[in-house]
Ligand binder design. Structure first.
Ligand code: G3H
Ligand code: 13P
Ligand code: NA
Ligand code: ZN
Length: 328
């Protein structure tokens, strides 16, 4: 069934686990996530970005989720709007049947320019108002995702590739988080703790303290009833990069967030862990490998099947690592 995100995250908090939130754009990704969840007996959060809507179109996304719910009646599913850029976009997602929305007021409507605190409070509060009236969960965001290593914003966050962010913007302030939640009453809050979107997060191999865990602890202590969300949480597995490189791909040296660090963060209040890039890497590696090994084949099902299987393995591993396996 389609369930409320608040309900799922409350259960996760009571039982001390985290939930991966996977981005979806097409049939094979939805199937991969649902197959993995069924095998792991895990609840599911699927989320669609503005880019997903542009790629698949709203009716196709909506019916893909409906199909997932029909095919797996035993699995609780949340359909979430990722990075809603305005109250109007969140409203449209709700009309489309989503049970949860993110109002990302940390950026202006262009999805690039960091906004003022007052703007963020105002748009987030507006979305909470119309969403809570009809049982929809709201995630907001406070802070700028970006690398503490370089001050570079993530692929979609602020200032473009050339710009660098002020170091203080890269970590969410605990006092400001408390004020923000008091003013907006959001259910979940995405925080900046050193992660960034995309495949190129860290240029050196993480040595065990890549996340600002003290920040997670301090924020959780101030807003214990607000579920913390970590964006940019792909682990960028080196073995997936290797498969891509071995079959004609060109990817520079890069590292993601180690699964063990995410597990530590879950221990201190992180409940929703956003993952898109790892599924992209898994599918690309599988397609490249298939194409390289089978130059005469041309039936898309033959390369989409291993792509779907590779995505499923990533999803299942995260369900197990984050403690939500067996919780469906
Ligand atoms: O937050 C970004 C997600 O990875 C979605 O990416 O905007 O390319 O669909 P996208
Ligand atoms: P990754 O790019 O690390 O997969 O993060 C995805 C994300 O945060 C979507 O909102
Ligand atoms: Na932000
Ligand atoms: Zn994100």
């Amino acid at each position: 069934p389609l369930v409320s995100m608040r309900q799922l995250l409350d259960h996760a908090a009571e039982n001390g686990y985290g939930l991966p939130a996977f981005n979806v754009n097409n049939l094979e990704q939805v199937q991969a996530i649902m197959e993995a969840a069924a095998e792991a007996d895990s609840p599911v959060i699927m989320q669609a970005s503005a880019g997903a809507r542009k790629y698949a179109g709203e009716p196709f996304l909506r019916h893909l989720i409906d199909a997932a719910i029909e095919a797996y009646p035993q699995i609780p599913v949340v359909m979430h709007q990722d990075h809603g850029q305005s109250p109007a976009i969140c409203m449209a997602a709700i009309r489309s049947g989503f049970s949860s929305v993110m109002m990302d007021g940390s950026l202006l409507e262009d999805g690039k320019t960091p906004s003022s605190y007052d703007y963020n409070v105002a748009v987030s509060r507006e979305v909470v108002k119309f969403s809570h009236a009809i049982g929809i969960t709201v995630e907001a965001e406070l802070g700028c995702l970006g690398s503490l290593e370089t001050g570079q914003a993530g692929e979609e966050d602020g200032l473009g590739a050339e710009g660098t962010l002020d170091h203080s913007m890269l970590l969410t302030d605990p006092d400001q988080a408390a004020d923000f939640v008091r003013q907006t009453d959001c259910d979940a809050l995405a925080i900046a703790i050193g992660t960034s979107h995309g495949a190129y997060k860290f240029s050196r191999k993480p040595t065990g303290d890549i996340l600002a865990i003290d920040r997670v602890k301090a924020i959780h202590a101030r807003i214990p009833n607000t579920h913390l969300v970590m964006h940019g949480s792909s682990s960028v597995p080196q073995e997936l990069l290797e498969i891509i490189r071995q079959h004609g791909g060109d990817m520079k040296e890069t590292y993601g967030v180690p699964v063990e660090e995410i597990q530590t963060a879950i221990g201190f209040g992180v409940r929703k862990i956003n993952i898109d890039t790892d599924i992209r890497l898994a599918m690309t590696g599988a397609v490249r490998k298939f194409m390289a090994e089978n130059p005469s084949k041309f039936d898309p099902r033959e390369f989409l099947k291993p792509a779907r299987e590779a995505a499923k393995l990533v999803c299942k591993a995260r369900f197990e690592a984050f403690g939500c396996a067996g919780q469906a």
